[in-house]
Design a binder for this molecule. Structure first.
Ligand code: SF4
Length: 306
């Protein structure tokens, strides 16, 4: 059987029931403590949820502890109504509000000032972040083109006092036309659009069928294990390839199992390296190429010893 045929067989053997069984092995409530979706879920107001969601997803790079610290810090100085606070558009206001020593890996207090200014301006001019994706004819565009437009609209105006921060602030907002997997933007959209577990499902104007899986190292690894992709790089092309496989299982929302698949990687329930101890009790090991390869190697070794 060719590798290509085997890959097709593996992915077609996976069912939603089996993914539900994998999901059931996770304590979702406990896992949320190590996931940035905890932040938008804290708010009741829709605009506050989308603002907290964009902040939390955009800063979701680095280790979990750092992400949780940074986002907690930002939301604390923004106050209990983030959307109301950000509508105050004076860019200099943020200079005094953001602690001078603020730093999140590549991003400084100035980058954060500009990022928050962009969100505030969008809320003031368009009413919500959702409308950036839907109004003025955006609905008729292809999904990736809409996403590019969303970022272009969001970052359209930069005050001269913050121009020097534009390049590094743009790191927080990648777009598909850059070729990146746009993991953080796809995560934000999953939270806003999907009604699956650990999502808010508040953007009803976007069809969950259009969602693209947020590809990080965990999703890439398990997708390779399950034969969804052979690609080594987590870029936009890889994200679309994995999403196409998932669409065969849950066409109504290809991100339906993203939380579970990602967290079995984060928790090392699916380890970075093959582990006979862990993999033997994995509920989808019969579908895992890594497991099959390892079994074959072991059988070969046993046969050689005989
Ligand atoms: S068999 Fe092991 S490597 Fe494969 S999916 Fe299961 S836990 Fe992950």
């Amino acid at each position: 059987m060719s590798a290509q045929t085997r890959s097709k067989t593996v992915s077609s053997s996976l069912t939603t029931d089996r993914l539900v069984a994998v999901e059931a092995t996770l304590d979702l409530a406990a896992r949320i403590k190590s996931d940035p979706v905890q932040f938008p879920l804290r708010y009741q107001n829709k605009l506050d949820q989308e603002v907290a969601g964009l902040i939390a997803s955009s800063f979701a790079y680095g280790n979990v502890k750092l992400i949780v610290n940074t986002v907690s810090q930002i939301l604390e100085f923004i106050g209990p109504r983030p959307s109301e606070t950000l509508k105050n558009l004076d860019p200099n206001f943020w200079k005094s509000r953001i602690p001078r020593g603020f730093k999140h890996r590549f991003n400084s207090a100035g980058d954060l000032s500009l990022f928050l200014y962009w969100i505030g301006l969008a809320l003031k001019n368009r009413g919500s972040l959702e409308t950036l994706l839907t109004d003025d004819g955006a609905e008729s565009l292809k999904f990736d083109v809409r996403l590019n437009l969303f970022i272009d609209r969001l970052t359209a105006h930069t005050p001269s006092s913050l121009l020097k921060h534009k390049k590094s602030a743009m790191f927080l907002l990648p777009k598909p036309s850059d070729g990146s997997a746009c993991k953080r933007l796809m995560l934000f959209l999953r939270w806003m659009v999907s009604s699956g577990p650990m999502n808010l499902g508040i953007w009803r104007s976007i069809d969950p069928r259009d969602l693209v899986i947020p590809v990080d190292t965990h999703i890439l690894r398990i997708s390779q294990n399950l034969g969804f992709t052979k690609r080594k790089v987590a870029d936009w092309k890889t994200a679309l390839e994995i999403t196409d496989h998932l669409k065969r299982l849950t066409p109504e929302d290809p991100t339906r199992f993203d939380f579970a698949l990602c967290h079995i990687g984060i928790s090392q329930a699916c380890p970075s390296r093959y582990s006979s101890k862990v993999c033997v009790s994995c509920r989808i090991n019969d579908l895992c190429l890594k497991y099959r390869r390892s079994e074959t190697k072991q059988l070969t070794r046993i046969a050689e010893l005989r």
